[in-house]
Design a protein around this ligand. Structure first.
Ligand SMILES: NC(=O)c1ccc[n+]([C@@H]2O[C@H](COP(=O)([O-])OP(=O)(O)OC[C@H]3O[C@@H](n4cnc5c(N)ncnc54)[C@H](OP(=O)(O)O)[C@@H]3O)[C@@H](O)[C@H]2O)c1
Length: 365
């Protein structure tokens, strides 16, 4: 068997935004991916990247990464997304608002795989929403998508950042016990709203905002799709009723979620923990460059998970879970609290892991 190609030129579109910047941070020194091109809106086009992430009027930095922007990237010319050159690009990562993504992702998919953080194509029948370790079988839709749309490449968006931790923790429970119902309340970080329009400091300081437009519907819809299986050339959604309340809280990064699950059959708390502990064995064994040592980390400390203390577990790729208890209201109910990093596993680095996973599975070659 021929050795797998492990060397890919990549582009990041929406590179100046919050998720885009996380792509750059995660691509620095990546053993398989070389960042060749970056693109954003007309506002940034034609500028060196370092200048595009600086406010033109005040000179203030708009770089949000914990570490400085990789020096190699500061002089990359920012291209306008619609005119991005992709002749020398193997994979395009996109981090755009949905309307812009709808326009440009099909342009790139004519030639390349497009791995997106946007919701533009997430709910279309021929578009898989990959979550590494959960649904590699959904790759069967890619050929259908190519036929339907005349693509040589394909588009695959990641889940909404709030769905990520939920789906990761539900999948092992779904396989082991079945899931009848899910009630989830999120306390979502400010960075999840992006920069534009983002959340104003005056609105969020000393406050909780009890509504995030379109968020609850997205999670309710896509959880069943991600956990579904391919049948008859389509994804048959898992029949899991999900009910969400999504709120925005005064936290920089890390979405906390309280989850109540009605299981398909009774399970003790130790059985639930054992199922989580054994989960994602194949992904963990794969040693992909961005895969964490643990997809789920269970903590017995009743005061955890906390955003500040737990969001960077596994470099932001591990979902931390705690406070597992019986739920006496839902049939066969259990309840827990989870924390997932919204811009890392929930966006950029999660998309990079998806690319690695699809390479490993031979879907991208
Ligand atoms: N933030 C998160 O935690 C998170 C998590 C998961 C998924 N997502 C998704 O990722 C996407 C980006 O989110 P974000 O938080 O990074 O947003 P953001 O900070 O507002 O960044 C938006 C990016 O899109 C570019 N852009 C805006 N309008 C454009 C246009 N018409 N054509 C081309 N480029 C355009 C911006 O470029 P300029 O700088 O040139 O304006 C910027 O690079 C969204 O779909 C969001 O839902 C975000």
């Amino acid at each position: 068997m021929a050795a797998k190609n492990r060397s890919f030129n990549v582009a990041v579109v929406g590179a100046t935004g919050i998720a885009g910047q996380q792509f750059l941070a995660a691509l620095e020194g990546h053993p398989w991916f070389k960042l060749k091109r970056v693109a954003a809106s007309q506002r940034s086009a034609g500028k060196p990247y370092g200048e595009a992430v600086r406010d033109a009027a005040s000179g203030a930095s708009r770089w949000y990464g914990e570490k400085a922007c990789p020096a190699d990237y500061l002089n990359l010319n920012v291209e306008q997304a619609e005119h991005l050159k992709i002749d020398d690009i193997d994979i395009v990562f996109t981090a755009l608002e949905s309307d812009a993504a709808k326009e440009v992702e099909p342009l790139y998919a004519k030639k390349c795989p497009v791995i997106s953080t946007a919701s533009a194509f997430r709910y279309e029948e021929d578009v898989p929403i990959f979550l590494p370790g959960i649904n590699p079988g959904h790759a069967a839709l890619i050929e259908t998508q190519r036929k339907n749309r005349g693509f040589k490449g394909f588009i695959t968006p990641g889940p909404n950042c709030t769905t990520v931790g939920l789906a990761i923790t539900l999948k092992p429970l779904f396989d082991a016990f079945g899931v009848q119902s899910v009630i989830m309340t999120s306390l979502q970080a400010i960075s999840g709203a992006g920069r534009n329009p983002g959340v104003l400091g005056m609105d969020i300081l000393d406050n909780v905002i009890p509504y995030i437009p379109k968020e609850e519907e997205k999670i309710e819809k896509e959880t069943g799709k991600i956990l579904g299986k391919v049948a008859g050339g389509k994804i048959e959604h898992a029949k899991i009723p999900v009910s969400c309340n999504c709120t925005r809280v005064n936290v920089h990064d890390g979405h906390l979620e309280t989850v109540n699950v009605g299981l398909g059959k009774k399970a003790s708390l130790d059985e639930v923990k054992a199922v989580w502990a054994k989960s994602y064995e194949e992904l963990r064994a794969s040693k992909l460059p961005s895969a964490p040592a643990e997809m789920i980390h269970y903590t017995e400390d009743p005061f955890r998970p906390q955003p500040r203390l737990d969001r960077d577990r596994g470099d932001g790729m591990t979902t931390t879970v705690g406070r597992l208890r019986q739920d006496h209201v839902l049939p066969n109910g259990v309840k827990y609290v989870l924390l997932s990093h919204n811009t890392k596993m929930g966006a950029a680095k999660g998309a990079i892991l998806t690319a690695e996973y699809l390479i490993e599975k031979g879907v991208i070659g």
